[in-house]
Design a protein around this ligand. Structure first.
Ligand SMILES: C[S@@+](CC[C@H](N)C(=O)[O-])C[C@H]1O[C@@H](n2cnc3c(N)ncnc32)[C@H](O)[C@@H]1O
Length: 282
């Protein structure tokens, strides 16, 4: 859409007068107006190809994006994923290396009537550690490079990627949409290691957990006997596992992991009273 004569005059007036007003930044209303990107054009580490609308929506659905979530699209292109997140009420950001694409994305956000923070920068230098949701459409190799950075984010952070996976960190869920894949990962808490659990009734249990990404297994120690855990799972901070073979039958533990501490409730799988437990690692 071309700007009207009145818009151009308003822009010229703003450029003339806003520098005189303290605290007012100049805003170029025509930013990105003359730039038309080409699908497949080179980018710093990967070309620009936009994610189809249906896949964008499914990625945001998988990540359960809701109002107030901090969503960051890494390599934001024309801004469509971040703009769609902002339309759901998220506090959306995009990081994009190509300054022309940044200008275009800002213009697209203005036209969509949403507030999005598009910044020019390199995704491997940028700080996005406060995000609740990360969205990606990059390459398998770039996802793998990002993996250690993503795994250091707070447990429970949702990561969603169009098409490409993350090497040995298998997705928590994959949906197919119009022949494309939309993947979801939930950043797991660290639960690996030796734990001592104490229940409210004074009983204690030694536990050895082995973790690879969100995959968890391990055993409990009953005297010199190792009892393999059943149905162990870790989703963000939420942990669950069953310890079979006790006098009350199989015991189900459900709780949360927070650094070196674990807490929750434990009770017979068959039903009956559940009591609180706490755990310490090391
Ligand atoms: C495949 S496109 C995806 C665009 C958008 N996320 C989408 O799904 O519609 C990848 C984008 O990443 C940008 N890009 C490539 N390397 C980058 C880097 N190191 N830092 C920031 N952006 C980068 C490209 O310019 C391109 O716009």
């Amino acid at each position: 859409m071309q700007p009207t004569r009145r818009q151009l005059l308003t822009t010229a007036s703003a450029a003339l007068f806003f520098p005189l007003l303290p605290g007012c930044a100049q805003v170029d209303l025509r930013e990105g107006a003359d730039y038309t990107p080409t699908v497949g054009q080179p980018g710093k580490d990967v070309v620009w190809v936009p994610t189809p609308d249906a896949v964008v929506q499914r990625m945001l659905d998988l990540a359960e994006v809701k109002a107030g979530d901090r969503v960051v699209d890494l390599g934001s292109g024309d801004g469509k994923i971040a703009i769609a997140a902002a339309k759901r009420g998220a506090r959306a950001r995009g990081i994009e290396y190509n300054p022309d694409m940044v200008a275009l994305a800002r213009r697209n956000a203005r036209e969509a009537g949403v507030q999005v923070d598009f910044a020019q920068g390199d995704i491997f230098q940028a700080d996005f550690s406060d995000a609740d949701v990360i969205t990606l459409y990059l390459l398998p190799s770039l996802n793998e490079q990002l993996r250690p950075i993503l795994l250091k984010m707070k447990p429970g952070t949702r990561v969603t990627s169009h098409q490409f996976r993350m090497g040995p960190w298998t997705p928590d869920r994959t949906d197919e949409v119009s022949g494309r894949d939309a993947h979801l990962w939930i950043v797991p808490a660290s639960a690996d290691g030796a734990w001592t659990l104490r229940a409210g009734d004074g009983a204690s249990l030694q536990l050895q957990l082995r973790q690879q990404f969100q995959m968890l297994d391990g055993h409990a120690l009953a005297g010199s006997q190792r009892v393999p855990l059943e149905l162990a799972s870790l989703r963000g901070r939420a942990i669950r596992f069953d310890v079979p073979g006790g006098t009350a039958g199989t015991l189900r533990f459900e709780g949360t992991v927070d650094g070196g501490r674990m807490s929750g409730t434990v009770g017979p799988l068959a039903g009956g009273p559940r009591v609180p437990f706490t755990g310490t690692r090391g």
